[in-house]
Ligand binder design. Structure first.
Ligand code: ZN
Length: 300
């Protein structure tokens, strides 16, 4: 019996091996890109997810094992909009053989003046920095889906029909999600749509759903906020009568908790600013619903 089981296992493993060899190999450095590539690619792709759910992408650096996973990839997916500062390393590893798709670079950016916490950010000619957190806008994720679909078709034209069908199904789910978000946000009167978060990750969300943002830190999570910035924020929260402020899954809650003590605002819950999390927030839909419900229910 044992022998038979072993034979079956070996047979199954060799089948899997043969199938894996036909798959388009993708290395993904964004949890959002990973989900899109898996949904659109289906059985035709094998996605190595190198930035994992719950990992802070601002602080992530590829390990030697990650780079080995990249070395045989045909396609590398990144967030883009200057999120990654290790692209040279990736290109050296593949010798430029893999396509590099910086997904977020293919649609427009919200730009802002860097504040004192954004010292490491890439500044453009006009002295502005790009907000890299594009996935908090469902319409951006729809664009990303089409961009990844077209790239998969380019690399594997034989499976074009499947990629188109899968993308269409995923886009329909995103339409449903967006409808759900708009209904949920409508529960909150406009004058209560004031979002105070730990780092400045929700600008695209604010643009699409009519919120005003105050952030404790800048666009990245790599720097601590200054005392002056924190005391200005405390004044602003008191003046605006903001009811709740939010923690983030990848950040130390210390400063946020201090601010609640000084302002009397409550902790409204924990948000996922930097990509997918775990549990309910392990899918794009789950992450967005978690964030939107947490924000709306706490500020009501
Ligand atoms: Zn961030």
């Amino acid at each position: 019996m044992k022998k038979l089981l072993l034979t079956v296992c070996i047979f199954a493993a060799s089948l899997l091996g043969a199938r894996a060899a036909d798959k388009l190999k993708i290395a993904s450095f964004s949890t959002i890109d990973t989900e899109i590539a898996q949904q659109v690619g289906g059985d035709h792709v094998e996605v190595a997810a190198l930035v994992k759910p719950g990992v802070d992408p601002h602080e992530y650096e590829p390990t030697p094992a990650d780079l080995r996973a990249v070395s045989d990839a045909q396609l590398i997916l990144t967030s883009g909009k200057n999120m990654e500062n290790y692209l040279n390393k990736l290109q050296q590893t593949t010798g430029g053989k893999a396509d590099l798709l910086k997904v977020g670079d293919h649609f427009s950016s919200l730009k802002m003046k860097p504040d004192e916490d954004d010292k490491n950010a890439a500044v453009d000619k006009s002295g502005m920095v790009e907000d890299p957190h594009w996935w908090h806008s469902v319409s951006n994720v729809k664009l990303a889906t089409k961009i990844i679909r077209d790239e998969l078709i380019k690399l594997d034209p034989a499976d074009k029909a499947d990629f188109e069908k899968n993308a269409q199904a995923y886009l329909a789910k995103l339409d449903e999600l967006e409808k759900w978000i708009r209904q949920k946000v409508a529960e909150l009167p406009r004058d209560k749509r004031k979002l105070v978060t730990s780092h400045d990750a929700f600008q695209y969300f604010a643009r699409d759903y009519g919120f005003k943002i105050e952030a404790i830190e800048g666009l990245s999570t790599e720097t601590e906020p200054s005392n002056r910035h924190v005391s200005e924020l405390v004044d602003e929260i008191k003046k605006q009568g903001v009811k709740a402020i939010f923690l983030e899954n990848t950040l130390n809650p210390k400063v946020t908790t201090e601010i609640t003590r000084e302002t009397g605002a409550e902790i409204g819950g924990t948000l996922y600013p930097d990509g997918l999390g775990t549990g309910d927030a392990g899918t794009y839909e789950g992450m967005m619903k978690h964030n939107v419900s947490t924000i709306v229910d706490a500020l009501k």
